[in-house]
Design a protein around this ligand. Structure first.
Ligand SMILES: NC(=O)c1ccc[n+]([C@@H]2O[C@H](COP(=O)([O-])OP(=O)(O)OC[C@H]3O[C@@H](n4cnc5c(N)ncnc54)[C@H](OP(=O)(O)O)[C@@H]3O)[C@@H](O)[C@H]2O)c1
Length: 248
């Protein structure tokens, strides 16, 4: 049985856990409050409640699924015992101000997952950040289905990207190689592919259409729109550049 660790027991962590368990993984899940707080996830999803160290030590794959600011709060050396051939996936997005405060390096132009690498001292694959958690749980499809969605996958090691693409396929999604982490800004909030929930051909075109000089403004515009809707009493999440209501 393959073993996965998930750090974060919220929307995205639980959605990915569901798919991994459905496809034969043992999933160790950890959160901020500790394993004793994970009874619901254990009962409903079948995860194994874990400490951060147990989740980070999973044999095959480790997913980081916590708010961006919280990556800086993880214990030093947490990933030192992650097996060398396990892949570490980063589902995070940076939402300055509203949730994540201010992270100077990302504000200065560093792709958010490169900042995560600088914090945890291990390479990561950027994956699951550009799809709404509900879609992971509900929109998985067999290979070849005409409405199969695509996950874009960026990371510096081509073999790790290939493994992540195979993982995406195994849980019901096409994986698209999005290149190295220097290019991963193309799938951050404010880009055409972000929460657009596209098939693989459209996702490839959306990555190519991303404009780096437009990303910060588009993200800010989306956040401002969400704030103004919230001020008017609407229950909205963080909106993407195209005004879709999907939050990630
Ligand atoms: N929501 C989506 O659809 C979606 C989709 C793609 C990507 N993302 C991105 O994925 C990340 C997580 O989003 P989410 O919506 O899943 O968040 P969420 O529902 O708010 O869950 C956050 C989880 O992170 C845990 N956490 C917070 N600080 C921690 C710390 N210092 N150490 C360990 N665990 C900590 C929390 O622990 P407790 O349970 O103890 O509170 C909680 O389980 C964000 O960066 C988000 O932008 C979200």
């Amino acid at each position: 049985m393959k073993q996965a660790g998930i750090i974060g027991a919220g929307n995205i962590g639980c959605a990915v856990a569901q798919r991994l368990i459905a496809t034969g993984h043992e999933v160790r899940m950890a959160n901020r409050r500790g394993p004793e707080s994970l009874g619901d996830q254990a009962n409903v999803l079948g995860i194994v409640p874990a400490t951060l160290e147990q989740a980070a030590g999973a044999r095959d794959v480790v997913l980081i699924a916590i708010p961006e600011y919280a990556v800086a709060e993880l214990p030093d050396g947490l990933f030192a015992h992650t097996p060398a051939d396990a892949i570490i996936l980063d589902a995070g997005n940076y939402y300055p101000g509203v949730r994540d405060g201010s992270i100077a390096e990302i504000d200065g132009g560093m792709p958010d997952s490169q900042w995560v690498v600088s914090r945890i001292g291990r390479p990561v694959i950027k994956m699951f950040n550009m799809i709404h958690a509900n879609r992971i749980a509900e929109s998985h499809r067999p290979a070849g289905a005409p409405d199969r969605l695509c996950l874009t996958i960026a990371g510096d090691d081509p073999e790790d990207r290939a493994r992540a693409i195979a993982l995406a396929d195994s849980i019901g999604f096409d994986g698209l190689d999005a290149g190295a982490l220097t290019e991963s800004w193309r799938q951050q909030p404010g880009t055409p592919v972000y929460c657009a929930h596209l098939g693989i051909d459209a996702a490839r075109a959306a990555l190519a259409a991303a404009r780096r000089d437009a990303v910060t403004a588009a993200r800010q515009e989306a956040l401002d729109r969400a704030r103004s809707w919230q001020a008017n009493g609407a229950q909205v999440g963080l909106w993407n550049a195209a005004g879709r209501s999907d939050r990630a």
